[in-house]
Design a protein around this ligand. Sequence first.
Ligand code: GLN
Length: 368
Amino acid sequence: MFATGMTGYQETLTDPSYAGQIVVMTAPHIGNTGVNDEDPESRRIWVSGYVVRDPSRVVSNFRANGSLDDDLTRNGVVGISGIDTRAVTRRLRDAGSMRAGVFSGADASLAPEEQLAIVRGAAQMAGLNLSAAVSVQAASVTPARGERLGALAVLDLGVKQATVENLADRGFEVHVLPQDVTLEQLLAIEPVAVFYSNGPGDPAASDDHVQLLRGVLDEGLPFFGICFGNQLLGRALGLGTYKLPYGHRGINQPVLDKATGRVEITAHNHGFAVDAPLEGVIESPNGYGRLEVSHVGLNDNVVEGLRALDIPAFSVQYHPEAAAGPHDANYLFDRFADLVREHSATRGLSSPARPGVSKPRTTDEESN
Ligand SMILES: NC(=O)CC[C@H](N)C(=O)O
């Protein structure tokens, strides 16, 4: 797939949501600012391959302590340059994101048909669950900063460091939990709220995370989800998801906040989306009351946010942590903190109540 950001390649490479994907950069000149210790969004580079037109031969930045080339080598990730990435992008826009291969070493001398057979033998992104590959194995805690709101359970489906920092800045004691945590283990930290992160893979292949989220919503806990978290909230509420032809990956995507009429320029990285009517109020097929699409992508009218009207839950498909990207959507972290404050005031911090809607509890009502 292709990414259109002209800056922030280090954040892109270390964003776990790119796991399993070969990233083609439309910006022609990549690597000028090298790499540093401050910008990684996670513990490693996750892309499967990196395709650029013209890598910088000189690293020039006061923060740099290495080059892009060295960083890719250290992480065992293959990069390829000298490619007309804009021509590749035009093909991807016409034909959609597809499986691909970058061959080096002995594989480079294989016949094209043999290379094609290797690519065709690779797994499709549709139907793939990659959460276990990127999630932490053990929980970790980042202390709250400023006014303390309480413990926040973050399900690590591929969380970015900038998200953790934004949540800690809002007063949450951020507990990053492994993706296979049980509802009992999650509730044991006595969270005031729950957050689902971004992450790689097809949301339709994440039934366990959807079930866990339904347990969280049944507890009446406030919820915020970003990107993969938005898709999983959609599924928990009873909506379907689908694969976009070539996805949204860049840092200048216009999104309408329907509540304010304001247009935000935002960072995106998603290949799937929630299927829901853009206008009007929808009744949750899973019995969570009313919900609506809160944000819409203006390039192609894709659902970019959801809000439940009868339970304290909302999510966005794009990236308010904006690493890299513009900060227009940063208010969403404040909106989450406000929701938790309101909820704590009405329910009491230590005794979460069930939402005032009755929910059928069978498992076969999942719509996808
Ligand atoms: N950044 C994300 O969370 C991506 C979500 C999902 N894997 C998608 O491609 O749509």
